[in-house]
Write a protein that binds this ligand. Sequence first.
Ligand SMILES: *Cc1c(COP(=O)(O)O)cnc(C)c1O
Length: 429
Amino acid sequence: MNTLTEPLENRNGQLFIDGVSARDLAEEFDTPLYVISERRIRSNYQRLYSALTCNYEKVKLNYAMKANSNFAVLKILETEGAYVDAVSPGEVFTALTSGFTPDRILFTGTSVRTDELKFLVDSNVTINIDSQSQLDRLLQISVPKTLSVRVNPEVGAGHHDHCITAGKQSKFGIWEPDVLTAYETAKKAGVGKFGIHMHIGSGILEVKPFLGALEKFLSVAKRVHEQVGVDFEFIDVGGGLGVPYKPEDKPLDLQVFSDKVLSLFKARTSQYGLGEPFFCMEPGRYLVADACVLLTAVNTIKKTPFKKFAGVDAGFNTLLRPAMYGSYHGILVANKMFATEEEKYDVAGPICESGDLLAKDRRLPILEEGDLLAVLNAGAYGYSMSSQYNTRPRAAEVLLNDGKCKLVREREHLDDLTRGQRQSAEWSK
Ligand SMILES: *Cc1c(COP(=O)(O)O)cnc(C)c1O
């Protein structure tokens, strides 16, 4: 059984999200539908920010917007005082459009084109460089006021190989000797202010891997400070805070995380003479994952000699994580919240690939066509990873706050699928 946490509630056997009936939402906006709780995003932000600031005053949270880049989500976090971590010019553009000023945007891209660097310079955002090549090309365009370098702290962590973003096999970050070269280059060119950055991976539910990477990372910062004479305005330890997806997953204990990470941070910054830089983190998943459910309707019940399939209208075009990472997402039957879980189903989407399953051998109440499923923890890397594969329009997104709801992204229509294509197939002579 999934235990319900805010903003989910069982009211007389019906699922309510932030005081709104899932049934009513599906009727009004159709399915598949992403439903986002404003209150939960705010409480996630505040919980993390206060857990950190109770140990250290100078904290900045750069929301890793690739997790969920809906304007509504960005605006909520903007009003909370968040900063943004953007990984593409498109994200920078979206963050600026949603109201973030350039001084609140950090760009952390990899494999960055020179014209993209020009765009970033013109946008006045702070850049985290990921290679010496990127730095050299940046300096030919302009010498930034502030520059940060992404360090590979040689240890990574994460819930899946694809999500480990440091260590020997990683394409991200710069290795220690080259980090020194990068800061030397930047200093010689006249850069005046500096940050330093790492991001080791995603979906981390334990403090230990984080501490190991932080220890190495801060020793690199020390060498840069001593050998290149750089002082850091900020030290950014990246994102990666996990959320529990499976019933047996234990949530990260934020207070323990904050106590351990910040006591190491304070001990080393003082021991290494690094002053009192801002402590930055880049939470993506942590802020938005559990603030959103995906509603999807059962349209087909199909039994084979081996399996029971519940065919639903959301596939990996709508939520990629189960197909891409084998991720687990809790599933509730929104209209049968009292029913016991009696049957095993594969919950299958409409995509013509066998891997298109939202859940495999999942124990659920007996399902009927017309039932409404709620796929939990869909707020991070849900809509943002969705596609038009199989030529299907993307889902809609709705924002909830205290019993009120509004559409924050329209459902795509058939003509969205053909936009930009040219009809004429003839070659001119
Ligand atoms: C994706 C990403 C994050 C956020 O990761 P989460 O696991 O969602 O917290 C943070 N920093 C950078 C540079 C990233 O690419």
